[in-house]
Design a protein around this ligand. Structure first.
Ligand SMILES: Cc1cc2nc3c(=O)[nH]c(=O)nc-3n(C[C@H](O)[C@H](O)[C@H](O)COP(=O)(O)OP(=O)(O)OC[C@H]3O[C@@H](n4cnc5c(N)ncnc54)[C@H](O)[C@@H]3O)c2cc1C
Length: 410
């Protein structure tokens, strides 16, 4: 097939899809399909919630990042590998392709908990962060200035379900934002932020050194941690926890659900070889088994030879995207496809608006300096040089101060 006119269809504009597209200029007629008009650098969604960064920093529009790539905004509704076609909701003619790149990511896993999908707030997108920020602000706005400390605490109870990195990063940011707002509004009392985790420890999969630091920070932020605790059900006004067979009800102004991920429903329906968690089995070249012209990467793909701690991470999807683009080109040019060993690029946890912890080469750096290091590390991973430079300059010259939860209407 003449490679310059080959149709390359990329599904998903996250770490896997966008970074593949960025590495493919001139490889063919490229189309990227996404249900959003922008990329989201999810590891910094917590900083967006706190206002330390703006939407344009971490969620630039595809049109600003990609030249010569056709962007189709819409929901993919079906993928037919045998016909080489993909349908988009509300669009009559399906899109056809010569080469397909699947990078559709995962969704929130509510694990069948009663009321969870209906009443909790997810935290995966810019709009999720906006909703949570608004919920916190509206809750603060309803508290009377002369409220008793206990009433303030009850009104300002927020629960984060899931004690992984997301739960820790989110709860510390929420705690700092709420505490700052209580002070600014001269309210009496303090917020109550709770983490609920089903296993016996927080941040499973991370080393003991970083966990010790995380625990100290949670303590400093006065976050209440409930391990070995299951959410039995969620309602409009709160949730019921179960620990050691005993149930406790907690009234909450908001419950945020960051307890695990579920395979994208489109991938669940796709008839290809998968592992027992539903991840697509790919060859070391990222080709979907039995489908040479289809590639899969990121959270939906099971790649042999990947450390368990790397799977389901942006750093893996990012590295795979470079290999994917290289192999798409090789496939179209009739050349030999290659493989790659993916490495850990270091981990960084945001811990409130002033601190962070960075784990690199087995060493933990923590505190305000680690926060700066985290910003520097993530600037380098943003898409395109041009965007990195603009964002880097903005953070350097305009600063990264959090934006207080001002009363609505200000
Ligand atoms: C809040 C948060 C914080 C995180 N922090 C970190 C971190 O610090 N470090 C780290 O390594 N990883 C982190 N992760 C995980 C990381 O973001 C994912 O591993 C990574 O995004 C996977 O890339 P992907 O391309 O497979 O999927 P995604 O980046 O999720 O991209 C999938 C894209 O497909 C789109 N899509 C899905 N379904 C459809 C459809 N039907 N039609 C059209 N478009 C569709 C989605 O909107 C999305 O844009 C975090 C995740 C979250 C949610």
């Amino acid at each position: 097939m003449p490679s310059k006119t080959a149709k390359i269809l990329i599904l998903g504009g996250g770490f896997g899809g966008l970074f593949t597209a960025l590495d493919l200029p001139g490889a063919g007629e490229i189309t990227l399909v996404s249900d959003e008009d922008h990329f989201t650098f999810k590891p910094m969604l917590y900083e967006y919630l706190s206002g330390e960064v703006a939407a344009w920093h971490i969620a630039p529009n595809f049109s600003e990042l990609l030249d010569d790539v056709k962007i189709v905004r819409g929901d993919v509704s079906s993928i037919k590998l045998e016909n080489r076609s993909v349908s988009i909701e509300g669009r009559q003619a399906p899109l056809t392709y010569d080469v397909l790149v699947l990078a559709l990511g995962t969704t929130t896993n509510y694990s069948g908990v009663e009321g969870a999908e209906e009443f909790t707030l997810p935290f995966r997108t810019i709009s999720d962060a906006n909703h949570l920020r608004r919920r916190m602000t509206e809750t603060l706005d309803r508290i009377q200035v002369d409220a008793a400390p206990q009433d303030t605490r009850e009104a300002l109870t927020f629960v984060v379900v899931g004690g992984g990195a997301s739960g820790v990063e989110l709860s510390t940011k929420m705690s700092d934002l709420l505490r700052d707002a209580v002070k600014r509004r001269a309210l009496r009392g303090e917020p109550r932020v709770i983490i609920v985790e089903m296993t016996d420890r927080l941040v499973p999969g991370m080393g003991d050194e970083i966990r010790e630091y995380v625990e100290r920070e949670l303590d400093r932020h006065r976050i209440e941690v409930h391990t070995r605790t299951r959410v039995a059900r969620v309602s409009k006004t709160g949730l019921t926890l179960e620990h050691n067979g005993r149930e406790t009800e907690i009234a909450a102004a908001g419950v945020v659900w960051v307890a695990g991920v579920r395979m994208n429903p489109l991938i669940e329906k796709l008839d290809v070889e998968k592992d027992k968690r539903g991840l697509i089995l790919v060859e070391p070249t990222l080709q979907v088994r039995g489908h040479q012209n289809a590639f899969a990467l990121g959270d939906i793909a099971f790649y042999p030879d990947v450390a368990p701690t790397l799977s389901g991470t942006a750093q893996l999807a990012l590295q795979q995207a470079h290999l994917c683009a290289r192999n798409v080109r090789a496939f179209l040019n009739g050349e030999r496809l290659t493989t790659k060993h993916f490495v850990e690029l270091g981990e960084a946890l945001s811990l409130g608006t002033e601190h962070a912890a960075v784990l690199s080469a087995g060493k933990v750096m923590a505190g305000p300096l680690a926060r700066q290091a985290r910003f520097a590390m993530y600037t380098a991973r943003l898409p395109t040089w041009h965007h990195r430079l603009r964002v880097g300059a903005s953070w350097f010259f305009e600063g990264t101060e959090p934006r207080p939860l001002q009363p609505l209407g200000f």
